[in-house]
Design a protein around this ligand. Structure first.
Ligand SMILES: [Zn+2]
Length: 451
């Protein structure tokens, strides 16, 4: 399975687990931005030609925007193309699917996701695109020092009773041979349906070298382990994925196990978008496989230090080309990385638009900063979730070790109010556990206000 045969200038694997491709990626990470631009222009031109010819939805839009794939695409003309939203995907259905997927791209695979925005969409991809994606998973493992003979413990959303607590499932290798085309140590996987206490007990039994899980899960897990003195003596580092990783989670993981966190920024619909730099906590966009734009409210590209909406164009999905797909995430553009890699830098990634932004009474939206780390200094809070019930009311849902005193409530209220850009009323609701959302993940802020 390959679309590169007879086309030696393409930067794609020639088959599953192609280590020659990894060697090429070792080189391309140091390319100048001009050289990477050139690569992206070529891949975009191929993709747009394909979309014009076989995807009715895009044909209309590309023609309206006056885009001609024979001219350079990743510039001003490209920005005339309206971003593709989740609503567009919901509404257009088959119109977005290619009527003629190149045969070399293999079987078409459908992924259903509700994302963090709660807008369910079905996205199609191909075996070829999946194979490219796996190569970038391996790149993460090669960028950061891993002892591949060690044990990898994953706690994630996965179907099947065999992954349930108390045993989970232990397998002889970290993943399939397309991702890891060499011998590895064992992998143990537990369904995230297990409680935090169960996960901690399971991890202590596994004694892993590496943990892979979601940031929010990690945070509660690390806190639990710290509080209960659960150490993981062989743990080298933790890998996070699937949600935005915040500095508090890194901090909590360091306190619990003295272990760093290495983040993979991905979205189910498009796969890996950016990998944490081996030399810093910034992320490098994986430009060989996606064209990523960060744009301001007017659609203009953001410069270093500016934060804007992320638009991604996966370059190898020919089943359902996503041109300028608006994920709902925001990112801050970083300056060139001191590590010397030419891949663009995202210095901060901010979570999804709909559930994560606070709406002020003025209608303005704010990134909600509740100063979560300090909260636990004010009261014995085990778990918390903030729910914006209306334009002037925040409900703090709390799981606490014991009932709070009225003076603790008062200081919490004042602290929350002063952390926010406008004066909100704050109510408290106490519960035994804050349930995960439909995707099996925690959300620490939910906005129930419909704009
Ligand atoms: Zn770097």
């Amino acid at each position: 399975m390959s679309s590169s045969s007879g086309d030696p200038d393409r930067l794609v694997p020639s088959g599953p687990g192609d280590l020659t491709f990894q060697k090429q990626l070792e080189e391309s990470q140091w390319w100048s931005s001009e050289r990477m631009d050139e690569h992206q222009r070529r891949e975009l031109a191929r993709l747009v030609t394909h979309a014009l010819g076989t995807v009715p939805f895009h044909r209309r839009r590309l023609e309206e925007a006056g885009l001609d794939p024979s001219r350079p695409l990743n510039g001003e003309g490209w920005r005339r193309l309206p971003p593709l939203t989740r609503r567009d995907i919901q509404r257009s259905g088959d119109e977005l699917c290619s009527t003629k997927v190149p045969s070399g791209h293999g079987r078409v695979i459908t992924t259903k996701t509700s994302g963090s925005t709660g807008t369910p969409v079905s996205v199609r991809g191909t075996m070829f695109d999946a194979m490219v994606g796996k190569a970038f998973s391996l790149r993460h493992f090669l960028w950061h020092t891993h002892d591949f003979s060690g044990k990898l413990a994953s706690i994630r959303r996965i179907r099947g009773e065999r992954y349930d607590y108390p045993h989970g499932l232990t397998e002889s290798r970290w993943g399939d041979t397309a991702t890891f085309p060499f011998t590895t140590g064992p992998a143990a996987t537990l369904s995230i349906g297990a409680s935090i206490a169960e996960q901690a007990e399971w991890l202590a039994r596994q004694d892993p070298d590496y943990i892979l899980t979601y940031p929010s899960n990690l945070r509660f897990l690390a806190a639990h382990c710290r509080e209960h003195g659960i150490t993981l003596p062989h743990l080298e580092h933790v890998i996070t994925m699937g949600e935005v990783l915040n500095p508090e989670t890194r901090h909590e993981c360091g306190r619990a196990w003295d272990a760093p966190v290495i983040d993979v920024y991905s979205a189910q619909e498009v796969g890996i978008i950016a990998l944490q730099c081996p030399a810093s906590e910034s992320h490098h966009v994986q430009s060989e496989r996606l064209y990523v734009e960060v744009v301001d409210d007017h659609g203009s590209p953001c410069g270093p230090g500016q934060t804007g909406r992320l638009l991604v164009t996966p370059l190898h999905n020919y089943a359902m080309p996503l041109l300028r797909y608006e994920l709902g995430d925001y990112a801050e553009v970083g300056p060139p990385c001191p590590c010397g890699r030419g891949l663009p830098v995202l210095s901060r990634i901010l979570g999804r638009e709909r559930n994560a932004l606070l709406v002020a009474p003025t209608g303005e939206r704010y990134w909600p900063a509740f100063g979560s780390r300090k909260l636990t200094e004010l009261a014995p809070i085990v778990q918390h979730q903030f729910v914006q019930k209306s334009l002037d009311l925040i409900e703090a849902r709390l799981v606490t070790e014991r009932p709070l005193t009225s003076s603790e409530e008062r200081s919490l209220r004042i602290y929350i109010q002063t952390s926010l850009p406008h004066r909100f009323a704050v109510s408290f609701a106490y519960c035994d556990e804050i349930p995960r959302n439909a995707s099996g993940k925690f959300e620490n802020f939910v906005c129930e206000v419909t704009a």
